[in-house]
Design a protein around this ligand. Structure first.
Ligand code: NI
Length: 434
């Protein structure tokens, strides 16, 4: 093929520990990988602070993005075997898969909460703004970047395409579950993706799965369920994340108070001022953040210094389980005692909550309408997954939430100052831990 749909003279491959090889045949994809905005993803970890818990979890958004592209490439290949596809639609799919996470910043999860930014907004900006990615996409036609952005924003007219990249069973999840399992070394997260891809059938609205592949789909749902609680919400990872966000809060607070930093956070200037541009945003990656955290270990502000020491040296907060309904009774007393012990509760006493809904059937009108997974019966009928699968039914629509109270146990065990108060705090926390 020539012109806009140009193929490379020779196929390129990336060696990948999860999918073995990632195949690139389209010139467009090869060029996108080479852009500086895409290369930046090498400096953003896929799992944020998870590496403090699972030391193998150093893989990046770059690895994951290539993986999602590869799964999408295979999905598209399967679909093309069954029906004719517009060659442009195929490239929209592949580009969206490759670029779906391109707007992620460093330690996205905490970063977005502290600075009220949102990676989806930046993804759109990167695709539509003045970037190398935009220039490459425009080579396919003026309207092409918008199509790619719309797929990622789930507003694209072709619902099948949207569902391949974001639904309850999509290329994104299929990659991150396997990839995160591989790099963390846990035994959850594995499922038979080959089988799922083989039984997948396109419909106008979404991809459906032949009933003969139901157990592979069940396995996928269960692996997601287990990965959330065993890896993504691991309390030690969350402790590091709590500290990370407190560092960012403290730095912002000091900046606003006019504190003189020894290491002036010039990369954060526009962010702190609430006027960050795309150009500034693209300069932020995890190596920059880590640079400041290390430098701030020398700061005169004792809170900023202590929090950075904790993050760099992995001296994390401990936690107790807490039930917010009873927690509220002791909360005012706890705050008061922390102040008396001269430990600032704004930085050292944190309730953190996680919740997950492993799979949901369709509930029209609810806050988050999720398209359910459908099975294709031999007679051509479609059946919703939880109606056929007892395993999936057992966890369907069940949201599990968990709350933990984080605090610096080492501070409370240093009795050289305010010993009595600290002992009272410990007793109070102990009754929570139950
Ligand atoms: Ni992703």
């Amino acid at each position: 093929m020539t012109g806009r749909y140009k193929k490379l003279e020779e196929e390129k491959v990336f060696k990948d520990p999860v999918h073995r090889y990632i195949h690139v045949r389209d010139e467009l994809i090869w060029k996108l990988v080479g852009t500086k905005e895409f290369q930046r993803l090498r400096r953003v970890r896929q799992l944020g602070t998870t590496y403090v818990t699972f030391h193998g979890a150093e893989h990046t958004r770059f690895n994951h993005s290539l993986g999602v592209y590869e799964i999408m490439r295979r999905m598209v290949e399967n679909i093309e075997e069954k029906e004719d596809w517009d060659p442009e639609e195929r490239l929209v799919c592949l580009s969206a898969a490759l670029l779906h996470d391109v707007g992620h910043g460093p330690f996205s999860h905490s970063f977005e909460k502290v600075f009220h930014t949102d990676h989806e907004h930046w993804t759109r900006e990167i695709i539509l703004g003045k970037t190398q990615i935009n220039a490459v996409l425009k080579g396919m036609g003026e309207g092409f970047p918008k199509k790619v952005a719309d797929v990622i924003a789930k507003t694209y007219s072709n619902k099948l395409v949207v569902s391949l990249i974001s639904s309850q069973i999509d290329a994104d999840r299929m990659d991150y579950l396997q990839r995160d399992a591989f790099y963390t070394g846990v035994s959850y997260g594995h499922f038979d993706m080959e089988r799922i891809l083989r039984v997948m059938r396109p419909t106008e609205e979404q991809a459906v799965f032949k009933i003969s592949g139901m157990h592979a789909v069940e396995d996928y749902i269960m692996s997601r369920y287990q990965m959330y609680w065993q890896v993504y919400f691991h309390p030690v990872t969350r402790s590091a994340e709590v500290i990370l966000s407190k560092i960012l809060h403290r730095a912002k607070h000091l900046y606003e108070k006019g504190y003189t930093f020894k290491e002036k956070p010039r990369h954060f200037d526009s962010l702190f001022a609430g006027s960050i541009t795309l150009e500034d945003y693209l300069k932020l990656d995890e190596s920059v953040i880590m640079y400041y955290f290390q430098a701030w270990q020398e700061e005169a502000d004792s809170i900023l210094k202590d929090l950075c020491d904790r993050f760099m040296d992995r001296r994390l907060f401990k936690y107790v389980e807490c039930d917010p309904s009873t927690q509220m009774n002791i909360w005012p007393e706890l705050l008061q005692l922390f102040k008396e012990a001269e430990i600032d509760p704004r930085y050292y006493l944190v309730i953190d909550s996680s919740s997950d809904l492993p799979y949901d059937f369709y509930r029209p009108g609810e806050e988050e309408e999720r398209l359910p997974i459908h099975l294709l019966m031999p007679n051509g009928d479609l059946r919703e997954l939880s109606r056929e699968s007892d395993v999936v039914e057992a966890i369907s629509g069940k949201k599990r939430t968990d709350h933990k109270l984080y605090f610096p146990k080492d501070f409370l065990e240093d009795y050289s100052k305010h010993g009595d108060i600290k002992k009272r705090i410990q007793t109070l926390l102990m009754t929570q831990g139950g």
